[in-house]
Design a protein around this ligand. Structure first.
Ligand code: ZN
Length: 279
């Protein structure tokens, strides 16, 4: 049982995906029936296209600009909060998240590895300068005085839908340091997870006693690879997800359900005495 899995381990690596953020109001791409892929024909921007096309960057940033006030104000839900409590109980070694929404950090978790980066930071493709996304919003506001940032429909990376005219008139700034191209500090489809992040995850898996996978189908290889590493290292794996995942065969426990509901029930049943880290 998942309750026993959490009770009997005290150095858990947790791997999270879009499925844990849906209850905060961020739609995911792939959940069965309810994911964005299931509901529309929209697909995320590819890394190669973003780098090669000023038009694609303009459209991306225009939507991202309009969606930012809502996206950036989204709050963590009970899953993020329970993971923070499990960290306080010295159960959780680290959280590796595929999400770029910053919700683990907002919930107070301290040991978070952002596998696919974060939408809250912006990088320059030429000089590697990094700036805060809130700061970029101020620049967008200044150079786009006629554009209003309002929208209800937010996508997993903060994107929204806009008309062609709105997109064409949108001004995109370049890097203040070198005039290079600005890109959100997230791993786009077709881009690679930085080596130091991969190494950090590998180290944490090796030194953990188990892997708990929450709210992800592991369709993306960078996430699936973590399940493979844990399996090769003979770490027990538990999965809680709304539907099938790519790692179901590797797990000793698989629970089908919504993370918020199931985790809240389990948390109320587990032993909440703090684990001593010295003995
Ligand atoms: Zn630069």
């Amino acid at each position: 049982m998942l309750k026993d899995f959490i009770n009997s381990h005290s150095n858990i690596c947790v791997l999270t995906g879009a499925g844990i953020s849906t209850e905060s109001g961020i739609p995911d791409y792939r959940s069965e029936g309810v994911g964005l892929y299931a509901r529309s024909n929209r697909r995320p921007v590819l890394y190669r296209d973003f780098c090669n096309s000023a038009d694609i960057r303009r459209r991306y940033w225009a939507r991202n600009y309009v969606g930012w006030p809502r996206f950036s104000s989204i709050k963590p839900n009970s899953t993020h909060q329970i993971l923070k409590k499990l960290e306080d109980l010295n159960k959780v070694r680290c959280i590796v998240t595929q999400n770029v929404d910053n919700l683990h950090t907002k919930a107070g978790s301290r040991k978070v590895i952002e596998l696919h980066g974060t939408a809250f930071r912006v990088m320059c493709l030429s000089c590697n300068e990094r700036i805060c996304r809130y700061y970029l919003q101020e620049i967008f506001d200044k150079i786009n005085p006629n554009m209003t940032a309002t929208s209800q429909m937010v996508r997993p990376d903060g994107d929204v839908d806009l008309s062609q005219e709105q997109v064409e008139g949108f001004q995109v700034p370049s890097c203040e340091n070198c005039s290079g191209v600005l890109k959100p500090d997230i791993i786009f489809f077709g881009d690679n997870v930085p080596r130091q992040v991969v190494e950090s995850v590998r180290y944490n898996i090796e030194h953990s006693d188990s892997l708990l996978i929450l709210g992800t189908t592991l369709t993306t290889f960078s996430g699936y690879r973590i399940a493979l590493q844990a399996s090769h290292a003979k770490k027990p794996i538990a999965i809680l997800n709304i539907g099938k995942t790519r790692a179901d065969d590797l797990a000793e426990i698989k629970v089908k359900g919504r993370c918020g509901d199931v985790l809240a029930r389990i948390y109320s049943m587990i032993d909440q005495r703090e684990e001593c880290t010295k003995c």
